[in-house]
Design a protein around this ligand. Sequence first.
Ligand SMILES: *[C@@H]1O[C@H](CO)[C@@H](O)[C@H](O)[C@H]1NC(C)=O
Ligand SMILES: *[C@@H]1O[C@H](CO)[C@@H](O)[C@H](O)[C@H]1NC(C)=O
Length: 492
Amino acid sequence: MCSESNNPGQDPFKAPKLITKEKTREALTTSLKAAMAIILILSISLAAFSAIYGPTQPDFFSWPDPDRPDPDPYMALFNSDNSPTNVSHLAFGIGGSTATWANRARYSDLWWKAGSTRGYVFLDKDPVGSTQPGIGHRVSSDWRRFRRTAGSESAVRIARVVVDLFRVGLPNVRWFVMGDDDTVFFPENLAAVLGRHDHRRMVYVGGNSESVEQDVMHAYDMAFGGGGFAISYPLAAELAGAMDGCLNRYHYFYGSDQRVWACVGELGIGLTREPGFHQIDIRGDAFGILAAHPLAPLVSLHHIDSVNSLFPNQTQLESVSTLMKAYKSDPSRILQQCFCYHRKYKWSVSVSWGYAVQIFPVSLTAKELETPQQTFKTWRSRSDGPFTFNTRPVSSDHCQRPIGFFLNSAEEETEKTVTTYRKVEPQPVNKCNKDYARAVAIENVVVLASKMEQQEWDQSARRHCCDIDGNLGHRTMRIRIRRCKHSEAITI
Ligand SMILES: *[C@@H]1O[C@H](CO)[C@@H](O)[C@H](O)[C@H]1NC(C)=O
Ligand SMILES: *[C@@H]1O[C@H](CO)[C@@H](O)[C@H](O)[C@H]1NC(C)=O
């Protein structure tokens, strides 16, 4: 009797609920199907979209492309020309000013060789009246529109010299060389030094300041502009595009050289140091540096109006001209140092070829002789260092001080040179030993040397050796410079 009541279909309450459940299940299934269909359609359209409009962003860490370099637009420019780099491949850009150029040009006249060196001095405006012979001038392109909150107006103008020079479009340039109007270059040596670097790549070559205080204030890894620096063709081409935007970002820098350094750095290029560039950020007597030059070709000298005359009894202009005489007779050897010993009199002799000879009346090791005597102070605070190289003090004992001889003449023969050096009278000294007295008695030193081949610098260079002629006749000491023997050591 109540069996029918068990029929769920007839339960007035439960029946509709059951129907609802079933309907819901049905509806759910339908909407699931619909959703799946939509997803399917979406995926198909996405796939189709991707197929039409290219792949979507790949995962950053599974980047499918190998890291290939960009095709190099500059390699091809130089590929057919493998000749060694010489002065004809350099373009000089000198940062000058119209107000001072007439006076400063006398320094560039000493190294500029019409018909051989190329380039210009960049001035702020055309000079009035007759123009100088020698290096030609150009007027810098617009520089006043750049932001500048430190340094002088010329700092921006001179930073842009590399770009102005590049845009002149001189043919066959491998290196753009920047310098100040008081920089003295030694062009053949500069070409030889740059020839060791690849001008088909982006390269920035120079040197920093001798005074640590200057390197701290500006930057250690920056080429100081006065010592000069070189920018390879590809780097100059890139700077031509990048520099104007870059200059505004470094409005707070002091100098032009620091601005160039910053813009070169934004291209990812660091400084290649060469020890022959000399900013000469020192005060006093540069003798210590010039008499103990590093084992590298002399490339430049700067600040020569700020240091004592390089030669006694000569103006600075005469001094540089004297040094140039020796340079021209054997460019590679200028300031190259060698040591020889007079065993009997216990003299240690240091020759800085083309500049000076010193007889030390004491036994000194090669390491002592190649360490510059500190005849100078730092640039800014005029203190006794620190410098970016080691120095040794000038001896306080007069009997231990060297007797100095300075270049007097330089004669060139086919394969060799004869240079002579004349004594500078030392301060009168009362009682030193006999060996000292014998050294003071010498008036002249004659140095014979074969001409140095430029290629010697291409291999790892070795200091040359020298011998003293045992026969000290007529107050003259004769020295012969030669290549050291294979296992020869420079020692007493
Ligand atoms: C410099 O190199 C070029 C070739 O690149 C050559 O024609 C020229 O004679 C060289 N000049 C000197 C002075 O050696
Ligand atoms: C410098 O000049 C003085 C006086 O004219 C002279 O006695 C001295 O020998 C000269 N020194 C040199 C190195 O020429």
